[in-house]
Write a protein that binds this ligand. Structure first.
Ligand code: ATP
Ligand code: MG
Length: 429
């Protein structure tokens, strides 16, 4: 792959270096460039500090002027015109007459603004002293110039932000795609491939996602094929066992075979539901009757307390799957908690949604486990509640069922306090 001559690292380095230098210059400029008001304030300070100096010049005779030492003392340039004589540390100091043409009274002295510089003029009994200051701090600029360093600094910051954002766009694209992939959507890929070092990284990520997708497809196909193939021998075994002499070993084997059948059925069901809505056989059902039917299915459901009345609505659902959903949530509340724990079912409806709540005051589920709860084969504790039989496919199927119906399912839980599963199903299908 051919990258531009200057790699990303050099460009980042150049951008960082250039903005730092430019920002530095802006701050230096902002420090030295003064507005007229600031310059006058400086002049005033300077005048106060120099009153003694002016007085000393007054009492010194011109023959004894040490003009270069004066200039050093005041840290600026100086010119003295007295008794027709002119003394200055620099040759191009403007004449006092010129400065007086531009001068205005300022406190006890005069100031003159001439060629972008400020001069302080002090009148002696027989002449004038004029001083300017260090080259920078008394330079005078028009108002807009005073603010340009700050404007430039803001512009540089905005431009650097824009350029950095532009360069990092591929990374941001990658973040959002990886986020989708982590949620299980392997159809995603990063579309924009930049012409820099990120290209290789992005192509690598795209390939990884495609490979993952192929692997998952292959795994699902294998699972489905094996499940289908296992069904026939299992059915044969069941027939043979039904005809055998009954003893406790045979009963145990029969139970295990039923368990295997259930596992296979759930795996196949999960695969069917991957196609979503099309897999459903929707019929209209009167909700209170449907709930009664489910609760009458098992004696253990007598422990379930009903909260409120079941809404009087006709629901368009796949009956088998809807029953599985509620059955699994109720069974979970019962079998994953102690026998004396209170469990309840609450069904409410508004114009758009049916809300099913199955809750218990049992042992609860840790925060870490909650995020994995709807994953296939996930069981919170394989040890503590080993006798609570289960494969860990129930909630995964519940989620697929609710989503195939256009709804969603949530769980709230606190360790030691209990768990609440809330399923939302759209009323109008
Ligand atoms: N009400 C609950 N209280 C505490 N833990 C729960 C509750 N509901 C689910 N769990 C935990 O979540 C795990 C996953 O539940 P899920 O229904 O998917 O599987 P399962 O009940 O173990 O098996 P099956 O596939 O037969 O339903 C359970 O093994 C259990 O650890
Ligand atoms: Mg379950």
């Amino acid at each position: 792959m051919n990258f531009p001559k200057f790699g990303l690292f050099s460009r980042f380095f150049a951008l960082f270096g250039a903005s730092t230098i430019l920002l530095g210059l802006c701050f230096v400029a902002a420090y030295f460039v003064m507005s007229e008001e600031q310059a006058l304030r400086q002049l005033d300070l300077r005048y106060k500090a120099m009153q003694a100096f002016f007085k000393s010049i007054e009492s010194t005779s011109p023959q004894h002027y040490q003009i270069h030492q004066y200039a050093e003392q005041i840290k600026g340039d100086i010119a003295i015109e007295r008794q027709g004589q002119r003394f200055s540390n620099i040759t191009d100091f403007p004449s006092i007459a010129t400065l007086l043409e531009h001068a205005s009274p300022f406190k006890a002295v005069f100031y003159a603004k001439y060629h972008s510089k400020y001069y302080l003029l002090y009148q002696l009994p027989d002449g004038w002293v004029a001083i300017t200051s260090t080259p920078f701090n008394l330079l005078v600029y028009s108002k807009w110039v005073v603010y340009w360093p700050w404007l430039l600094a803001i512009t540089i910051l905005c431009a650097s932000y824009g350029i950095l954002r532009y360069w990092l766009t591929p990374l941001m694209d990658m973040f959002s795609v990886v986020k989708q992939v982590s949620k299980g959507d392997f159809t995603q890929s990063i579309e924009r491939i930049p012409n820099n070092e990120f290209a290789e990284l992005i192509q690598g990520v795209n390939k990884m996602i495609a490979d993952l997708n192929t692997m998952f497809e292959a795994k699902n196909e294998l699972l489905l094929a094996v499940s289908h193939e296992l069904r026939t021998p299992l059915a044969h075994m069941q027939v043979s066992l039904a005809m055998s002499h009954k003893d406790k070993h045979i009963e145990k084997v029969t139970q295990d075979i039923q368990h295997m059948e259930q596992l296979i059925e759930q795996l196949v069901e999960g695969e069917r539901l991957r196609s979503g809505h099309q897999a459903l056989h929707l019929t209209n059902n009167y909700l209170p009757a449907l709930i009664d039917e489910i609760l009458a299915e098992s004696i253990s459901f007598q422990r379930i307390r009903r909260v409120g009345e079941v809404p009087d609505v006709v629901l368009r659902v796949d009956v088998g799957r809807f029953k599985f959903l509620i059955r699994n949530l109720l069974n979970n509340a019962l079998k994953h908690n102690n026998n004396d724990v209170e469990c309840w079912l609450e069904v409410t409806a508004d114009d758009n949604n049916l809300t099913l709540v199955v809750a218990d005051q049992g042992r609860g589920i840790s925060k870490a486990a909650l995020s994995h709860l709807f994953e296939p084969f996930y069981r919170v504790s394989k040890v503590a509640y080993r006798d609570a039989k289960g494969i860990g496919l129930g909630l995964c199927l519940c989620k697929s069922i609710v989503e195939a119906h256009g709804g969603s399912i949530e769980v709230e839980s606190k360790l030691g306090k209990g768990t609440r599963f809330i399923a939302f199903l759209p009323v109008c299908q």
